[in-house]
Design a protein around this ligand. Structure first.
Ligand code: AMP
Length: 395
């Protein structure tokens, strides 16, 4: 696996695919700079060696060159975060880009305009990738969030750098963290899968059954399992057409010696609302008109025990509807147990969309071992897929 350490960047131009697809408010202020901050170590390391840096990214889903998706909106913040004035080329290819790239001096940084202003980016167009490639000497991929896409800048471009391509620090860390959970893990290994639906997590569950000793299945997925086992789930979210699949997962888990933990009690509500009436009920006896929106105290006690026993923990998906304060307790408790287990020496990886939001919202970010920056990319890796952006570097 080639990383920055395999190259001398002195007097070289590194062309780096970063993920600067940051959220902006209506005045184009960045509301969360995590993605830029996360790319800084890679950029710093190259500049410190006397190299220069060309940054390429997408922002949003523009249809052609739409001003509101221009990366010039993030130029000032990027300069502040990186601590160097960042130059800007108002197109990622063509004369604007080639002239700016050619003029770049060691220690300087150039940001190219939104890659997705050209349809060729998402189409994985080879000629477009070649144009991008012509701007730099060494290709660095540091964008985990788009590593599952075979786009021009994330994958196709790599073929023009047969020996001069590597992973940036962020992407290398992502790969190492997932590897630490799936392949080089200290046992016992636990996967905690929450979220709303069995259907969106099924491939992940199937793939990691071979890798884990314990699996906690929580959130809205709970009820498909409970109903399949003959329980009464009331109005809880439930995918009837996935009940067979749920039973098959339980059968497979037994065969593979994986212990499955499902909530035994839940906080049930008489409405999908923060101010609904609530009661704690047995998960198999949810009254009609009531729905389970969070894990109950007995479930949490059981989960705490497993979490504290395990040496490797993967967390994907909340235990309840954490966006509403009344149903966030389970998810918060879970975060606390994972933090305690991590302090005890366990390796914990949190990733895939909503659990990352929960971890940030409730302040667990620094108490777990690693928080992944890629939602879809992380899920695909957990599904056992080889991501094209990663494969292109390993090639
Ligand atoms: P996912 O994107 O599949 O990880 O699902 C995350 C969503 O699942 C969050 O928005 C939660 O509010 C939701 N969720 C978690 N538990 C439940 C539940 N018991 N009933 C309905 N939705 C839930």
């Amino acid at each position: 696996m080639k990383t920055l350490n395999d190259f001398d960047f002195k007097n070289k131009k590194a062309i780096i695919r970063v993920d600067f697809n940051v959220p902006l408010d209506e005045n184009f202020n960045i509301t969360d700079t995590t993605r830029i901050v996360s790319a800084k170590p890679t950029i710093d390391a190259i500049l410190a060696q006397g190299g220069s840096v060309i940054l390429m990214s997408h922002l949003g889903r523009p249809k052609g060159a739409e001003e509101k998706y221009s990366l010039k909106h993030i130029l000032k913040s990027t300069s502040e975060i990186l601590g160097v004035p960042v130059k800007f080329a108002d197109d990622c290819v063509g004369e604007a880009a080639t002239t700016a790239a050619a003029a770049l001096q060691p220690g300087e940084v150039l940001l190219l305009e939104n890659l997705r202003f050209h349809a060729e980016e998402e189409a994985g167009d080879v000629a477009f990738a070649k144009e991008l490639a012509s701007l730099g000497d060494i290709y660095v991929n540091d964008a985990f969030g788009t590593a599952h896409r075979a786009h021009a800048s994330t994958t196709i471009i790599a073929q023009f750098f047969p020996t001069a391509k590597c992973f940036g620090k962020l992407l290398a860390k992502e790969i190492e963290s997932i590897d630490k959970v799936l392949n080089n893990s200290e046992r016992p290994v636990l996967a905690i899968l929450g979220g709303s639906k069995v259907s969106s997590k099924i491939t992940v569950i199937e793939n990691i059954l071979d890798k884990v000793d314990h699996m906690i299945i929580g959130g809205g997925m709970t009820f498909t399992f409970v109903k399949a086992l003959g329980g009464k789930v009331g109005n809880s979210i439930c995918e009837d057409d996935k009940m067979e699949l749920a039973l098959e997962i339980l059968r497979l888990a037994k065969e593979k010696g994986v212990q499955i933990h499902i909530p035994v009690d839940v906080i049930a509500a008489d409405d999908f609302s923060n101010t609904a009436n609530t009661q704690i009920v047995d998960v198999r006896e949810i009254p009609d008109g009531w729905e389970g929106l969070d894990a109950g105290p007995k479930s949490l006690e059981a989960f705490e025990k497993v979490i504290m026993e395990c040496k490797t923990i993967l967390w994907n998906g909340p235990l309840g509807v954490f966006e509403m304060e009344s149903f966030a307790k389970g998810t918060i408790a879970l975060g606390n147990y994972i933090a305690a287990s991590t302090a005890n020496g366990a390796f914990s990886l949190v990733g895939g969309g909503d659990s990352v939001a929960a971890v940030k919202q409730f302040g667990f970010e620094d108490k777990v071992s690693y928080v992944s920056t890629g939602g879809g990319a992380m899920l695909e890796m957990l599904e056992g897929k080889v991501l094209p952006g990663i494969a292109a570097i390993l090639d």
